[in-house]
Write a protein that binds this ligand. Structure first.
Ligand code: AHR
Length: 497
């Protein structure tokens, strides 16, 4: 089988906002405790942060981390997590039904983010709390000094403000499971008032309003329209959340899920632009896809976890090779929409539906999905191009005309590098890719990275990286005509310079 693409320097989608390679750390399961933080571990630094985990996070090149939730934030009192640790209360954590010790809070997390070279994307509680707690937290984090909350921060040992730029106005407030869930009107009003007041404290911040918890929510679309109607003037982004799973073991259909993700993005863009028209506004609302991933492997195990323990192994999906292919396609989808998707957070970062796993007291290791994320985050910086693609297509249970070749290209002007990301969704055949890279004169193939495996269900473990990329791909460039064999069911990164 054959597919063709024309890559033209001047056909630009948009500059990539590096924040689309964001991630997410929630006080959930072993993400914080036993994940990023494990005092007493041989790899722990003087603050209890695991150096091995921090190193893997740096390898992933994560520029932004959403915190502290997720569902957790809707019952969280941020004041519990600041000040002397011995005074911090242990609380019933109602979202995940565990005990929260509050050993880690806002300041420690800001320290950890600095350690891994990331910015914090802070969420405020609009479930059990509201305008007052939100404005106080902005003052605590961002105001320099001379006021109650900024001086409180200083008294806690943090003279310099954290200068947190991006803030989420609650989490999944449309979901019946959410602590303090709201109707779109209730949430829209509250989010707008919180936004207004948070910006009175610090006008430089950017705000994300909650969109639907997934495209399948019954209130989807009306929710976005109502929320944006209320918040349009005071927010910059609307959020999207979506998880997929291969529950019916139908690989052709599973790998096509990224088409639905694309559709979801396009729908939210049209809703945002409808409200823009309705308001005759010049301002454009962009998208924050602040939870996305595969999530289904751990569902049964989670139902058996007893409540009220500390950091139990919740949502510990062990990802296989086919999940890495879909994650690759989801990343390509985010890139294709880089003109409107400015923030995206893979959910989550460590242990909880995560690319990085740890054993308590033991090693940290890379799941299969680590690799496509690392490749795009490392090489997908610059300008996303809009290649003209012709590919064979297939139909699956829920999708028609699924291109066998899923691809995009990113041009890094600074390094003068062109990178083609490609998934071959074909179940049986190698796909011969012919890419016409016309005005990239004199470029040569630096490397062709391939992630492939004969067993779709192959997983990695602490001791066996069975799914890992190799650089033995055969891409070559002959006078602007790149050819490459993309093995059946494979993730490919073709780097040219
Ligand atoms: O990421 C896991 C959970 O998924 C988050 O807490 C919640 O926002 C979503 O439902």
């Amino acid at each position: 089988k054959k597919a063709k693409m024309i890559v033209e320097k001047d056909f630009k989608v948009s500059e990539v906002d590096k924040r689309i390679y964001g991630s997410f750390v929630e006080h959930l399961g072993r993400c914080v405790y036993g994940g990023i933080y494990e005092p007493g571990h041989p790899e722990a630094d003087e603050n209890g942060f695991r150096k091995d985990v921090a190193q893997l996070v740096r390898e992933l090149n994560v520029p932004l981390v959403r915190y502290p939730g997720g569902n957790f934030v809707s019952g969280y009192n941020w004041e519990d997590g600041v000040g002397p640790k011995e005074n911090r209360p242990r609380r019933l954590e109602l979202a995940w039904r565990t005990i929260e010790t509050n050993e880690i809070g806002t300041n420690e997390f800001a320290d950890w983010a600095k350690l891994v070279g990331a910015e914090v994307n802070m969420a405020v509680n609009l479930g059990t709390r509201g305008v007052d707690a939100a404005r106080n937290l902005v003052e605590y984090c961002n105001h320099p000094s001379g006021t109650y909350y900024s001086d409180l921060r200083i008294s806690h040992g943090y003279k310099e403000p954290h200068k947190i730029k991006t803030w989420c106005l609650g989490n999944e407030m449309d979901g019946p499971w959410q602590i303090g869930a709201k109707t779109a009107t209730e949430y829209g009003r509250l989010a707008n008032e919180a936004a207004k007041v948070m910006k009175l404290v610090d006008p430089s911040i950017e705000l994300v309003a909650c969109g639907s918890s997934s495209r399948t929510m019954p209130t989807f679309a009306d929710w976005e329209a109502t929320v944006l109607d209320h918040t349009y003037h005071n927010v910059e982004y609307i959020s999207l959340h979506q998880y997929y799973g291969n529950r019916s073991n139908d690989i052709a259909n599973y790998l096509a899920s990224s088409l639905e993700m694309d559709d979801f993005i396009k729908s939210v863009i049209s809703i945002a632009d409808y409200i823009k028209s309705k308001k005759r506004s010049k301002k454009t609302i962009n998208l924050s896809f602040d939870e996305w991933n595969v999530w289904y492997h751990s569902n049964d195990a989670d139902r058996k976890i007893e409540p009220w323990s500390i950091a139990p192994p919740q949502l510990e999906d062990i990802y296989n090779f086919e999940d890495a292919l879909l994650v690759g396609s989801m990343l390509i989808t985010l890139l294709k929409n880089a003109d409107r998707v400015k923030i995206a957070c893979m959910a989550q970062l460590v242990n909880v539906i995560a690319p990085i796993m740890t054993e308590n007291g033991g090693p940290a290791w890379k799941q299969t999905i680590f690799y496509p994320f690392m490749h795009t985050s490392t090489f997908g910086r610059g300008v996303v191009l809009n290649p003209i693609v012709s590919s064979p297509k297939y139909d699956s249970k829920d999708f028609t005309d699924v291109p066998v070749l899923d691809t995009t290209a990113v041009y890094n002007e600074e390094n003068e590098e062109l990178t083609i990301f490609a998934v071959n969704r074909d179940l049986e055949d190698t796909l011969l890719l012919e890419a016409d890279i016309r005005n990239f004169d004199g470029y040569r193939v630096l490397e062709h990275i391939v992630l492939e495996n004969d067993d779709l269900k192959q997983v990695n473990t602490a001791t066996n990286q069975a799914v890992a990329p190799h650089t033995g791909g055969d891409a070559k460039n002959d006078n602007g005509h790149v050819t490459a064999s993309l093995p059946k069911l494979s993730w490919n990164v073709i780097r040219l310079k």
